[in-house]
Design a protein around this ligand. Structure first.
Ligand code: ASP
Ligand code: MG
Length: 433
């Protein structure tokens, strides 16, 4: 069995869906599980809808817009005036409206997962119909019935035992005589409420399916030719890395390479399942393969993480930052499930750099405000260069205000205030070497 994952960009309109079907056609004799994200920027639109709902804005107009977006794609694909798919879409949007009308007083995170998960439910309904009519018999399954998580509604953790039990019981019989399509990003908790695995979490879903079903490989079909040494939109000199070891790939995602979701690698590495990153526009290209491999020297990789927050915790009592104070900070980070991208201490303060995510910064600073003088700086960017050398360092040209610079043996970090443009990177020298 193989697991394929298609992200939002690969299914952003009807033409894109047709292309996905062409890619799948090449493999349709195989046992396939296909994991799909929401179409285009739907997840962002659903997040905006939610914001409007909580701000008491015109959320109904937004909902209508999202509905029409999906209806138009469906009509383009089905080419019929009447199709039960259209009724199904209408009814999904009726339920969203009904749900929101009764959502007052519910926790944001709960409403978030219920609403934002609809993007994947819609996209897979539409694509299933198209594949079924044009490629091969395709079974639609609701990932929430199989992927079980903890009680956190967002960024939820997977209950692997339950999930494996659920998936291995049913799915192999479905893939015997056709393909299976399911949603990325979503699951449900022990009381059956919808949960989400974190933004861009569909890659991780694909890894969950693959691991629990003992698949031979996962292929993530992307709008880039493979894993690259930098984001080619920001750095045209970027090149494809043909082969990566699990560890190297995990390290890149840890520092923010957006090519694959950070939680994807570990389960695949443990189960020794290969991960291919391939371009959906050129399906004959092999892209990047991530596996056990040998330690090869790669060219320096440049990663820019946006929406960074720098928080400095200063002591209030004329003492020094000691282990006790550090443990207070680390406990709070753990409690709020916050990942630290960079840290630095001095005699009287401890500083961290974290992602701006939900209300985590506010909750963290609120919980520590009695212990420390806290300073927060938002809207920053973090550049990481993995495997840097003099040429790579020499290639960075910028006029930005630098907040923090750090260098370990292999990794270089620069936290800075972005100008209107991203930091100007010219890696020519680095990659020509
Ligand atoms: N649709 C979700 C998101 O945009 C999950 C994903 O695309 O992987 O974050
Ligand atoms: Mg997406």
């Amino acid at each position: 069995m193989k697991v394929f994952k298609f992200g939002g960009a690969s299914v952003k309109d009807a033409q894109a869906v047709r292309n996905v079907a062409d890619v799948i056609k090449r493999f349709c004799e195989e046992e396939l599980v296909i994991v799909v994200s929401a179409m285009g920027k739907t997840t962002n639109h659903l997040e905006e809808l939610l914001q409007l709902f909580f701000d008491k804005g015109d959320w109904k107009a937004k909902l209508e817009w999202i509905k029409n977006f999906h209806l138009e794609i469906s009509k383009d694909l089905m080419e019929e005036d009447e199709h039960e798919l259209y009724d199904r879409i209408e009814s999904i949007f009726d339920s969203i409206e009904n749900y929101l009308q009764k959502a007052e007083g519910k926790r944001y995170a709960e409403v978030y997962s219920e609403i934002v998960s609809q993007g994947e439910l819609l996209s897979t309904r539409i694509i299933r119909e198209y594949l079924n009519e044009n490629v091969r018999k395709t079974t639609w399954i609701d990932a929430r019935k199989y992927i079980k998580t903890d009680l956190n509604f967002t960024d939820s953790r997977v209950d692997w035992d339950m999930t494996k039990k659920n998936l291995s019981k049913k799915i192999p019989s479905y893939t015997k005589d056709g393909m299976v399509i399911s949603q990325g990003f979503i699951g449900s908790n022990s009381v059956g409420k919808t949960t989400t695995l974190g933004r861009e979490g569909s890659d991780f879903s694909a890894a969950i399916f693959a691991t629990c079903l003992d698949a031979e490989s996962v292929t993530v079909w992307k709008d880039v030719p493979g894993v690259m040494t930098a984001d080619p939109r920001k750095m045209p000199e970027a090149i494809v890395i043909p082969e990566l070891r699990y560890n190297d790939a995990a390290e890149m995602t840890y520092y923010g390479a957006s090519i694959i979701h950070p939680r994807t690698i570990k389960p695949l590495a443990q189960a020794k399942i290969k991960l291919y990153v391939r371009p959906f526009t050129e399906p004959e290209n092999i892209g990047t393969v991530i596996g056990k491999g040998h330690a090869a020297k790669h060219p320096a990789s440049f990663i820019v993480k946006t929406k960074q927050v720098f928080i400095e915790f200063g002591v209030t009592d004329f003492t020094f930052i000691n282990e006790k104070k550090l443990s207070i900070i680390f406990n709070a980070l753990d409690q709020h499930n916050i990942k630290v991208n960079l840290m630095q201490n001095s005699a009287v303060s401890f500083a961290i750099c974290i992602d701006k995510k939900f209300d985590k910064v506010e909750r963290l600073t609120e919980s520590l405000k009695d212990e420390f003088d806290i300073e927060v700086r938002e809207g920053l960017e973090l550049l990481t260069i993995i495997g840097y050398d003099d040429a790579a360092l020499g290639s960075i040209y910028h006029r930005n205000e630098v907040i923090l610079k750090q260098k370990t043996k292999k990794v270089f970090h620069l936290l800075y205030v972005p100008e209107k443009k991203h930091i100007e990177l010219t890696a020519q020298k680095a990659n020509q070497k």
